[in-house]
Design a protein around this ligand. Structure first.
Ligand code: NAD
Length: 470
C-alpha cells in the first residue's frame, strides 16, 4: 500500500499521519468497537498460534511450542480477555469531589484515548511483548504502530502478516527493521510510546521522545534479586527458582538474576537446585522444553560471564549436563550455578539474561537489604520464606518494580496487577487498570451548576473571602 522509500522514517511518518487523520475523523471508538477490535485480535492470535510457535522456534534455534504457548500465547489471550471483561468499568467517567465554594457544579474525569501509540518490542518474548501492549492500546481506544525486534525476524514477519490480515493500516501498522528503524521510529511524534528493551537503548529512546515531548512507558530490565530465608530451601523453593531461571533459558526480564541464600543453607540449595533441574529437564540441555540462546553474540557473552567469574575464583557448577548430546543442538548452555562470585565479577554487575545463577551467602536480613539497596532498583524482587518480620522489613526497606513471595515470575501473569520497573528498571507500568490509564488521557471536566456560586469569586472581591478561609 505504501511504496518502498529509501528513507524509512518517511514511510513511518506517512503512516502515523494516516492513523492520526483516521483517529480524528472517526472520533474515539465506543465500548462495542473496542471490544470488536479485541475480538479480532484474539481470533488472529489463535489462528496464527502454530505459525508463531514455529517462527519463534526457528528464530531461537530451539524453543518448544509448549513453552511458547504457556509463556506467550496464554498470556496474550488472558490479557485480551481481562481487558474485554473490564473495559466497561475502565471507561466509565469517574465522579470527583467538588470543593465547598464550587458545590453547585459537578466534576468528573473522562478517560480519553490518547491517539496513536508507538510500541517497540524486544526479542526475548517477541510475540507477547508486542501483543499485550497492542491489546492495551486498542482497549484504551487508540490506534497503534508496532516495531518488533530484528533479532527474531521470522516472528516479526508473522506478526506483520497476522496484523495486516486483521486490521487496516490506519488502525494497526507494523514497521520492520533494526536499530536504525528503531531510532527513526522513536523520533516520531506519537501520543504515547511504550518501549520494552534494554536500559541503554531505553535511554536513547527517551531522549528521542523528549524532542516531541512524547509521554512514554519504559519497560526495562536489570538484576532481580532472589532471597531465600534461613531454613527455607525447600523443594518448592528450588522448583520456583528453576522455573524462573530456566524458562526461555533465563532470557526473561523478570528472571531471578542472582540468589542470596543463608550461609547455613548453601549446600542444601545447590543440591535442591540440581534436583529440580533434573525433574524439569530430564535430558539436561537437550530436553524438549529447554530453549536455545537466541544468537551467537548472546551465547558468547554468557560463556564469557562464566569464564570471567571462574578466573576470579568463583566455583562454577554445571547442572544436568549431558555433554555428548548437548552438542547436537545449537547454542544450548547448561544450567549453571556460580558460587561465591565477588562484586568485581561481571556476572554480579551485568544483567545475565541466560541460564546462569550466581549464588551468594548472607548472614542477616539487614545485610541483604544493604546489598540490594546498594544496587540499581530492580524490576522484580523475590523472597522465599514465612511472612514474618524479616519479610516485612525487606519489603518495606527495598524498592523494586514488583515483588514475588514464594514464587518467581507469576506476578506478571496477574492481569490485574501493574507491571513495570522503577528508575533504571523502568518507568510507568502497564497491565491492569494502570495500562489502560497509561494509554488514556485523564481529562478533568468541571460542569457549572445552576446556582452560579463561582460568580462570587470574581471582582469586586471581599464577599466570600471570610467564608473561603474559615
Ligand atoms: P534492545 O534494547 O536491544 O531492543 C529493543 C528494541 O529497540 C528492538 O525493537 C530494537 O530493534 C530497538 N533498538 C535497538 N537499538 C535501537 C536504537 N539505537 N534506537 C532505537 N531503537 C533501537 O533490547 P533487547 O536486547 O531486544 O531485549 C533485552 C532487554 O529487554 C533486556 O534488558 C530485558 O531485561 C529487557 N526486557 C524488559 C522487559 C520488561 O517488560 N520490563 C521485557 C523483556 C525484556
Amino acid at each position: 500500500m505504501f511504496p518502498a522509500h529509501p528513507n524509512p522514517s518517511f514511510d513511518m511518518a506517512v503512516l502515523l499521519e494516516r492513523q492520526r487523520s483516521a483517529f480524528l475523523k472517526d472520533g474515539p471508538p465506543s465500548l462495542e468497537e473496542r471490544k470488536a477490535r479485541l475480538k479480532r485480535l484474539r481470533a488472529a492470535v489463535l489462528t496464527h498460534r502454530r505459525e508463531v510457535g514455529d517462527a519463534i522456534n526457528a528464530d531461537f534455534g530451539h524453543r518448544s511450542r509448549h513453552e511458547t504457548d504457556i509463556m506467550e500465547i496464554v498470556g496474550v489471550i488472558q490479557s485480551i480477555d481481562y481487558l474485554t471483561r473490564n473495559l466497561r468499568c475502565f471507561m466509565k467517567p469517574e465522579r470527583r469531589h467538588v470543593g465547598l465554594l464550587y458545590r453547585a457544579g459537578r466534576a468528573h474525569v473522562e478517560y480519553q484515548p490518547k491517539g496513536i501509540i508507538g510500541v517497540m518490542a524486544p526479542w526475548n518474548y517477541p510475540f507477547s511483548l508486542t501483543m499485550i501492549p497492542l491489546a492495551t492500546a486498542l482497549a484504551s481506544g487508540n490506534r497503534a504502530m508496532l516495531k518488533p525486534s530484528e533479532l527474531t525476524p521470522r516472528t516479526s514477519e508473522v506478526i506483520r502478516r497476522m496484523l495486516e490480515g486483521g486490521f487496516p493500516a490506519d488502525e494497526v501498522a507494523v514497521v520492520l527493521g533494526g536499530p536504525d528503524v528503531g531510532a527513526a521510529f522513536s523520533r516520531l511524534p506519537f501520543d504515547h510510546l511504550l518501549f520494552t528493551g534494554s536500559a541503554p537503548v531505553g535511554r536513547k529512546v527517551m531522549k528521542a521522545a523528549s524532542d516531541n515531548l512524547v509521554p512514554l512507558t519504559l519497560e526495562l530490565g536489570g538484576k532481580s534479586p532472589t532471597i531465600v530465608a534461613r531454613g527455607h530451601v525447600l523443594g518448592q523453593t528450588a522448583d520456583s527458582i528453576v522455573f524462573g531461571k530456566l524458562s526461555n533459558s533465563g532470557q526473561t526480564c523478570v528472571a531471578p538474576d542472582y540468589a542470596l541464600v543463608h550461609e547455613d543453607d548453601l549446600d542444601t540449595f545447590i543440591t535442591q537446585f540440581g534436583a529440580s533441574v533434573a525433574r524439569f529437564y530430564p535430558s539436561g540441555p537437550t530436553s524438549r522444553d529447554y530453549t536455545s540462546i537466541v544468537n551467537d553474540r548472546h551465547y558468547d557473552r554468557l560463556k564469557n560471564l562464566i569464564e570471567d567469574a571462574r578466573t576470579r575464583g568463583a566455583r562454577v557448577i554445571e547442572v544436568g549436563v549431558t555433554p555428548e548430546r548437548a552438542a547436537e543442538r545449537a547454542r544450548t548452555l547448561a544450567p549453571t550455578l556460580i558460587v561465591g562470585a565477588g562484586d568485581d565479577a561481571a556476572i554480579m554487575r551485568e544483567e545475565i539474561f541466560g541460564p546462569i545463577l550466581p549464588v551468594r551467602s548472607y548472614r542477616t536480613i539487614d545485610e541483604v537489604i544493604d546489598y540490594v539497596n546498594a544496587r540499581p532498583r530492580p524490576l522484580a524482587l523475590y523472597y522465599f520464606g514465612a511472612r514474618d518480620a524479616d519479610c516485612e522489613k525487606l519489603l518495606a526497606r527495598t524498592t523494586s518494580g514488583n515483588v514475588g513471595i514464594n514464587n518467581t515470575m507469576i506476578h506478571v501473569a496477574q492481569d490485574d496487577l501493574p507491571f513495570g520497573g522503577i528508575g533504571p528498571s523502568g518507568m510507568g507500568a502497564y497491565h491492569g487498570i494502570e495500562g489502560f490509564r497509561a494509554m488514556s488521557h485523564a481529562k478533568g471536566v468541571f460542569v457549572q451548576g445552576r446556582w452560579n456560586l463561582p460568580s462570587l469569586l470574581r471582582a469586586p472581591f471581599g464577599k466570600i473571602t471570610d467564608l473561603a478561609l474559615k
